[in-house]
Each structure stands twice: as C-alpha cells, then as structure tokens.
Design a protein around this ligand. Structure first.
Ligand code: KPL
Length: 311
C-alpha cells in the first residue's frame, strides 16, 4: 500500500515514523523548513513512548520547497494531511496530484472547516473524517518526541467513503500500533476533537503549561466550561454528542494521556508561528452568533490568543 503524509510537522512525522515500521507500506513523507530538510538529509528520530530511528533509505522524504517527486504523482492509495488548518486547502491540492484513481484522503488537522475544504478540493467521495489525540512535539529538527498515547478515529461523511473503503488503512494503522477506531458519524468525531482543543489549547498556551496541569481543579473547571460552551453550539447545529458527563470524562482522559505534552498552540506561540485559534475558539464564537447564543469564555480566550500572535 502506498501512503503519503503531507504537512509533516510533529504529529505527521510521528504517524510517518510508525507507519514506516509496517511491512508492505511504501511511505512518502512531505515536510518543509529545517525539520523537513533534516528528515530528507539524515532521517527521523523518535523518542518518548518509543525510541527508534527511521532511515531515509526506507522512506521517501521530500520537501515543499523543492516540490513533489514526479515518481509519486498519481500513485498513492491513501494521503494523510497532517498540516495546520490554514494549510489544508493547499495540501489537499497536492493530494489531488498524488492520489491514484481509487485513492482516499483524511485530514488530521485541528479545528472546524478543514474537512469541508478537503471535500471542496477533492470531491466528497474521496474524503474521510479523522482525528488524533496523540501528543507530539519536536525537541530539535529531525526528531519527534511522542509525548502521550491518544486515540485515532476515522469516520464517514455524507457522500463520502465508508468503513469498507477504510478497512485497508485501519488494518495498517492497527499494525503500526495506533489502535484506530471507526465511527459512522464523521461530523461528531471532528466536533469531539474540537471540543477538546478549545478547552485545552488556549488555556495551556496562555498559562504556558503542559496538558497535565489542566487537571488542577481551577484550570480544569475553566477548561470544562469552555468545552461545554462549544458543546451547546454543536448541539444547536444538530451534532449528536454524548452527554456532558461523558464529555468531561473524555477531557480528563485526554489530559491524563497527554499530561507531559506541550499542546500544539503552546508550541506554535513559542516558535513564533500563527496558531489555529481561528479554526477553534474563534470559530465557536462565530458559529454561536449564527445559531443565536453567546460564548463569552471562547471569546475571551480567542481575543487573548490573537493578542499574543506574532505578526
Ligand atoms: O490535539 C492536541 C493538540 O495539542 O493540538 C492535543 C490532543 C490536545 C494534545 O496536546
């Protein structure tokens, strides 16, 4: 099976590294900048939950600055988009060039709207919903630290492929050690991940703490209230969610599993990168206005993160 990872930052590099260990997978990992250049020149090191090295003899690493390798065009069975939400439209355009006639795409990005952008570029028949709650960050270029085992969930979207089409990828992800789950409600899985990110990311980023610190009662209650504001918007959009106590339990589980991780928003701020706030808390505020409810906690958090952005 030929699989590509496009937008290989921390999470994408981790998915690539584990998939590279599975027999029968031909892997192509497309990155950029100094991390991408290190992977292409010297390979990729993984540390944390597992320590191992991926040689550049075993994986085709390529660089956005150089372009897609022509040998890969039109040959890929599955493309995983792991870039930031604001890169997904561009990455979906690259995926269109890479996929074979029966190939599929999934976007593991955070936030609302990226899956619809993929469907717009590639057509709904090629797109799965997907989420990941694994924790990963980059201590140095060419190295990814796996900072917490989370969950990988794939799901179907209206007009999109179903479980039968996902089985080959689910089986490879299982062999790579990801224990993937399947859902027939792709919209709900994207929202459940968004609810975690609006609760965890801005608070951990502003406080400058690892995820586990949000288990402290005062931070946990702020995170939970922010999450439940988002859940009210989702329910008014007719998204089917579990009840609040189950959402709370999910938040606690992910904070425990990724307690030593620096969330992606904290990493973005520390590295002077634009955050995904527009697709997270800011999107909740805008959608709340559309369905007629106020979301003051999300509004304050979005304003604070926007004020911290380096232009
Ligand atoms: O998705 C994440 C992120 O950091 O963006 C979590 C699951 C919160 C892990 O840190």
């Amino acid at each position: 099976m030929r699989i590509a990872i496009l937008g290989a930052g921390s999470l994408g590099s981790l998915y690539g590294a584990l998939l590279s260990q599975v027999d029968g997978v031909e892997l192509f990992v497309h990155g950029r900048g100094i991390h991408g250049a290190h992977m292409a020149a010297e390979g990729l090191s993984v540390e944390g939950e597992r320590d191992f090295f991926v040689s550049n003899d075993d994986v085709l690493f390529s660089l956005d600055e150089v372009g897609l390798p022509s040998a890969a065009l039109g040959t890929l069975d599955f493309v995983l988009l792991t870039g930031k939400s604001n890169q997904i439209e561009m990455l979906a355009g690259l995926a269109r060039q890479l996929l074979n006639a029966d190939g599929y795409v999934l976007s593991l990005s955070n936030g609302l709207g990226h899956t619809e952008l993929c469907q717009g570029v590639l057509g709904p028949h090629r797109v799965f919903a997907a989420t990941s709650t694994h924790g990963a960050w980059r201590p140095s270029p060419g190295t990814v630290h796996w900072a917490g085992r989370g969950e990988t969930v794939l799901g179907s979207l209206s007009g999109g492929p179903g479980m039968e089409e996902a089985i080959p990828l689910l089986s490879v992800l299982e062999q790579a050690g990801w224990s993937p789950q399947w859902s027939n409600d792709g919209i709900a899985i994207v929202w459940r991940k968004v609810l975690l990110n609006i609760a965890i990311n801005p608070i951990a980023a502003i406080a400058g703490v690892e995820n586990g610190a949000l288990l402290r009662p005062e931070l946990f209650s702020s995170a939970l209230s922010t999450m439940l504001e988002g859940a009210s918007v989702a329910r008014l959009e007719r998204v089917v969610l579990p009840d609040d106590s189950e959402l709370e339990e999910h938040l606690r589980r992910v904070l425990n599993a990724t307690s030593e991780n620096m969330c992606s928003m904290l990493q973005d701020l520390r590295n002077g990168r634009r955050t995904e706030i527009k697709f997270l808390n800011q999107a909740i505020v805008e959608r709340g206005e559309r369905v007629g409810i106020q979301t003051p906690l999300n509004q304050v958090l979005a304003a604070m993160i926007n004020a911290l952005h380096v232009e």
